[in-house]
Each structure stands twice: as structure tokens, then as C-alpha cells.
Design a protein around this ligand. Structure first.
Ligand code: G6P
Length: 616
């Protein structure tokens, strides 16, 4: 939620900051702003709306000169999205300026105190309180910016990634993080600050990711010194070599990132299993599992914590782990788990699934699990992310950057990693035969080619279906077994980007409620692959048909029976039941994508959402 960018060095800051904000817009996009220092003055421009609106507003009104700049793209928490609440925020003297991603929870009591001392506030934000608190510390304690930031942060409760600039000290930026990500890119006598590395990837491959509770004074001509906010002790910063490249974060000829990412899935899944799955040898190698095999394989129970689409991947994993490895699994919304006083045993294994690796609720859930002595295994996409660092062990999905807010390739690669893990555990525990194990590997290896086929053969047909049902006010998604979570995910995709109300249900539960909604207006998407309770699902389709519902069925290639009943069928290649979600998900993604495009919605940045939710 919210993206922050900063630059200090020898180049013009404006083009770097504005481009960086575009790249971070997935994190929030209800308002944006930039402050630049031209050697004499701080020039600030901010506006409600997108980064493109900010560019328009800059034109002719505000100077873009200067070699120091900080910028922000916002997902509102405190105060509605408007010009005044947009960041950056000045302190009362106008000397300091700040950008902030996160929430200062005790801002209201701090604001009251500051008001008593004569401070006034233009905005409703917690951030303006923080910058004035820093200013107040500087004045009262007669300290420099870095020290003042540290003292002020020790008085706050909440989460933050901040960058602060003092125009009287134009060669430094002060940064700090707790709960929200912050990376420092290190160039030749220039530094970049950002919520992730994408804004500076074309300038440097060297970056320091601050850990929670750390801050740094980034000063030109000096080495970066990182220290702990709470006790001022120095930390040895680890300079990471980035693996991301520019091409990966650009659209590459596709109209939207979401479409690009849907089409990237065959390669992404191959990247996920490459080097891990040795089909000929009949081996799966996963360092995070291998190093902890006894701990994980002997778990009495696996608890999966996640949010959103990652939670759906967790539901698919529940079927796979129980089915193959015979370990009981519970899947929890991280946000509920953390506040429920859950029973966690020391021999539990908690698997945290998160594309971004930054989701605040998931992070809090794993901290709780660790406190109670459980072993935490992280499944993340973003390398070096907070959750991956906080976990005892883990496995990356290697999907490459996912920019579209609606998650696609992250979901299928999460399922791939979790399938590998379940198979490995099953082999270790002796719950799968050698031939069964090898057969699963062969089937998994064939999935990318099958996804390519689904993309090739169904896309145009799905466009027609999308055209037919784009005006529907509601839509129902049904699936059973492994494909029940796919139904949930299909409904979520449609809601997220087309704003059509959609619900996912286990097909058999339809008769306990949703069937009342079915009439001739209601499109019902049913997953009815040959493997997985096929006959039962066909009966459910009959029930929909006899109530005049419109049926869009996802079936196995060559299916004739459902064709007779459905209004539309979408065919996917055959595979084993546990891998069907990797194929049946693809039409769900394409259907929601095409409907959203036809309805002229903002596919990559749907309203009110953000890609990385670093607040509770
Ligand atoms: C947000 C995104 C979803 C995502 C969820 C969990 O709500 O819009 O697409 O599934 O966060 O994110 P994570 O990064 O933890 O997988």
C-alpha cells in the first residue's frame, strides 16, 4: 500500500522519480506527489489521481529541476484521497518533507500533543503528524535529522517505510522501516530509495533491503550506515545483487500486465520446477525442505496462512498435502488467525504463502506462530521479501515480477511449489509409491505445454463468452474437490477487475442456498473435468439447467455429455486430478480479463485495491 521513491545524486531527479512511481503504482494509485530540491528551494506538486495526472499537473506549474527528489503513490488509509492528503508532506517550518508508506496508529494522541505546542495541520493524515513530530524533536533536543527521526519513531506505534529530507542538509536522505518494505539502490555517488527495486533496476544491481526496525542516513560521498531504531546499535548492511531485469517489469507488447502475466504462466511454471524436479532420476530437490525434512515430514499438522489469491492456493494445497502426504492441513486467513488466539503446537508446521512477501496480516501470523514455537516455511515470489526473511525456511516461486494487481502467475506457481513439496513429503513418508511419484512428476512436467495449448485454443472463444455475459450483474462459480478453490479464485478475479458480483461455491453446496439465485439471467461457471467427481458435477449442471441458468462449463477435451447441457464449453487437456487446477484456472483468468477490458475497466489497477497490502 503506497509506493515510495527517492533519489539523491548527480542526475535530474524528476524523470527517475516519476518513472519509479509509475512502476510502483501497483501498490496504490489514488493520489501521487513529488518534492524536488533544486539547490535553493523545495518544489512540491501533488494531486488526487494517478501518476499520469501528477505529470499533467507538474506541466507548467512546478519546476522539475533538482538532483534530489522524493515521490509517493498512495493507497489511502487516514484521510480521503485528495490533493491535500497526498504525500509528500511538509513540516510546519517548511524545512522538512516526508513520504510514508504505512500507518502511525497513535497519531491522534501525538497530534493532540503537537497542537498544544502550537503545530497546525493541513491534512487528515498520520504522516503530517510524524513529520512535525520529527521537527519538534529537532528543535527541542537540538539534534540533526537522523537522530530526530530515530527519537520520533521510538514514540510511534504502527508501521512505516519513510524517507525524510531536510533542505538545510541537501546531501542526505534519512530512511527507516518497520513493517513496510524499503530498498536502497547504490550507484556511483548516487542513491535510490524505493518500496521495491523496480524503480532503479536500470541504474544499479546493488541494493540494501532494510530490515524491520532499521534506519539509515543516506549521504552523498559516504558509506551507508544502518542502525537499529530502538537502541542506535550499528548493523552490517548486506548488499544484495539483484536478479530482476528491465524487460521483466515492462509490458512486452501486451495491452496489459495482467494479460502478459497470464501468458507467462507456461514459462513461469517451468522456472518454478526447473532444477528442483529431476524427472528421469525421480527426485525432487528443494533446499528449504531437504534441510528440514524430519521437522516438516513429522509435523502433526500443517497450518497454511495467507490472504487473497494466495489463500486460494493454500486451499488447493490442503487437498494435495492431505491426499498425497497424508498430513492434516488447516488453511487460515492470516488476518483471522493472528487475532484468534489459535492453538499452535511446537510440532506444527506453518506454511505462509505470499506473492509479495510483504502482506502485513501474513507477516503477523507467522510472527505469532514463531512465538509459539512452530516451524515456519515461507512460499514467496519476491526474493528477499520480509516474509521470506522472517521464515525459518522456504521456497521461492520464481514467477518473476507480477505487476497486475489481480494475481495470476503467482497463483499457479504457488500451486506448483506446494505440489513439489507435497510430493517430496509423500515420498519421504512412504505415502506414495515410486511409480505414483514418477507419474506425478511426468504429469507436472507436461503442464506448461498444456497451459500453452489452453491459451492458444480457448482465448478467442472466451472472448465471445465474455461479450455475451459482460453485462451480467452476478455470476456464480462452482467446482468440487481440487477445483472448489479454483471456483473461489475465478469469482475473485471477476470481482476484482470487472466489479461484477461473483461467488464461488463447492458445487454440492449450491442446493443449500445459491440455487435460489438461479434464473435465466444468471451465468454459472462450472468446472467439470473428467477426473474429480465428474458425475456429481454433471448432476449439478442438470439442476442449473432445469432452473434456466446459463452454463459455462470448463471440461476435459473431448467431453460430449456436458456439451449437450451447457451454453458454452471451454476445453482443457486431460491431466491427473491434483494438477487440474493449473489448467482450469486459465479460462477463469481469461474470462475475467476479457470482461473487464470490454467494460473498459482499469485491468491492471482496479479501484480500491492494491497489490501489496502492508497495512492490517
Ligand atoms: C492483495 C492483492 C491480491 C493478493 C493479496 C495477498 O489483496 O490484491 O492479489 O492475493 O493481496 O497478497 P500476497 O502478496 O500476500 O500474496
Amino acid at each position: 500500500m503506497c509506493g515510495i521513491v527517492g533519489y539523491i545524486g548527480h542526475r535530474e531527479a524528476y524523470p527517475i522519480v516519476i518513472k519509479g512511481l509509475h512502476r510502483l503504482e501497483y501498490r496504490g494509485y489514488d493520489s501521487a506527489g513529488i518534492a524536488l530540491f533544486d539547490g535553493k528551494e523545495l518544489n512540491l506538486c501533488k494531486t488526487k489521481g494517478k501518476v499520469a495526472d501528477l505529470e499533467t499537473k507538474f506541466n507548467g506549474t512546478t519546476s522539475t529541476a533538482g538532483n534530489v527528489g522524493i515521490g509517493h503513490t498512495r493507497w489511502a488509509t487516514h484521510g480521503v484521497p485528495n490533493d491535500v492528503n497526498s504525500h509528500p508532506h511538509y513540516s510546519n517550518s517548511g524545512n522538512l518533507v516526508i513520504i510514508h508508506n504505512g500507518i502511525i496508529e497513535n497519531y491522534s494522541s501525538l497530534k493532540k500533543e503537537l497542537k498544544k505546542r502550537g503545530y497546525s495541520f493541513e491534512s487528515d493524515t498520520d504522516t503530517e503528524v510524524l513529520v512535525n513530530l520529527i521537527e519538534d524533536v529537532m528543535i527541542n533536543e537540538d539534534v540533526m535529522l537522523g537522530k530526530a527521526v530515530q527519537i520520533a519513531l521510538n514514540q510511534t506505534i504502527g508501521a512505516y517505510a519513510i524517507t525524510v529530507f531536510d533542505k538545510r542538509k541537501p546531501n542526505e536522505l534519512v530512511v527507516a522501516r518497520l513493517g513496510s518494505p524499503l530498498a536502497i539502490g547504490i550507484g556511483e555517488n548516487e542513491f535510490f530509495i524505493a518500496s521495491d527495486a523496480s524503480p532503479f533496476i536500470e541504474f544499479t544491481n546493488n541494493a540494501i533491503y532494510l530490515e524491520d526496525g532499521e534506519m539509515a542516513v543516506v549521504r552523498l560521498g559516504k558509506e551507508i550506515k544502518v542502525r537499529k531504531i530502538h537502541d542506535d546499535s550499528f548493523v552490517d548492511p548486506y548488499v544484495q545483487q539483484l536478479q530482476m531485469n528491465l524487460e521483466q517489469i515492462e509490458k512486452g507488447g501486451y495491452e496489459h500486465f495482467m494479460l502478459k502475466e497470464i501468458y507467462e504462466q507456461p514459462n513461469a511454471i517451468t522456472d518454478t520446477y526447473r532444477g528442483r524436479m529431476l524427472v528421469d532420476e525421480g527426485i525432487i530437490r528443494m533446499a528449504g525442505v531437504d534441510d528440514n525434512i524430519e521437522r516438516i515430514a513429522n509435523a502433526k499438522r500443517i497450518i497454511i496462512v495467507a490472504c487473497g489469491t494466495s489463500w486460494h492456493a493454500g486451499l488447493v494445497a490442503e487437498y494435495i498435502f492431505e491426499d498425497l502426504a497424508r498430513i492434516p492441513v488447516e488453511v487460515e486467513y492470516a488476518s483471522e488467525f493472528r487475532y484468534r488466539n489459535p492453538v499452535i503446537y511446537e510440532n506444527d508446521v506453518v506454511i505462509a504463502i505470499s506473492q509479495s512477501g510483504e502482506t502485513a496480516d501474513t507477516m503477523a501470523a507467522i510472527k505469532l506462530a514463531k512465538e509459539k514455537g512452530a516451524f515456519v516455511f515461507g512460499v514467496c515470489n519476491v526474493v528477499g521479501s520480509s516474509i521470506s526473511r522472517e521464515s525459518h525456511a522456504g521456497a521461492y516461486t520464481h514467477a518473476g515480477p507480477e505487476i497486475g494487481v489481480a494475481s495470476t502467475k503467482a497463483f499457479t506457481t504457488q500451486i506448483t511449489v506446494l505440489t513439489l513439496m507435497a510430493l517430496k513429503l509423500a515420498k519421504h513418508r512412504g505415502t506414495i509409491s515410486d511409480s505414483g511419484f514418477r507419474y506425478h512428476l511426468q504429469q507436472l512436467e507436461a503442464i506448461p505445454t498444456k497451459i500453452s495449448k489452453v491459451l492458444e485454443t480457448t482465448n478467442e472463444h472466451i472472448k465471445e463468452i465474455a461479450f455475451k455475459y459482460k453485462e451480467a450483474p452476478n455470476c456464480l462459480y462452482l467446482g468440487r474437490g481440487y477445483n472448489f478453490p479454483v471456483a473461489l479464485e475465478g469469482a475473485l478475479k471477476l470481482k476484482e477487475i470487472s466489479y461484477i458480483h461473483a461467488e464461488g461455491y463447492p458445487a454440492a453446496e449450491m442446493k443449500h442456498g445459491p440455487i435460489a439465485l438461479i434464473d435465466e439471467q444468471m451465468p454459472v461457471v462450472v468446472i467439470a473435468t473428467k477426473v474429480g467427481h465428474y458425475d456429481k458435477v454433471v448432476s449439478n449442471i442438470q439442476e442449473i439447467k432445469s432452473r434456466k441458468g446459463k452454463i459455462i462449463a470448463v471440461v476435459t477435451e473431448g467431453d460430449e455429455a456436458v456439451k449437450e447441457l451447457a451454453d458454452f464449453v471451454i476445453e482443457v487437456p486431460d491431466t491427473i486430478e491434483s494438477l487440474t487446477p493449473l489448467l482450469t484456472t486459465i479460462p477463469m483468468q481469461l474470462l475475467s480479463y476479457h470482461i473487464a477490458v470490454m467494460l473498459e475497466k482499469n485491468v491492471d489497477q482496479p479501484r480500491n485495491l492494491a497489490k501489496s497490502v502492508t497495512v492490517e
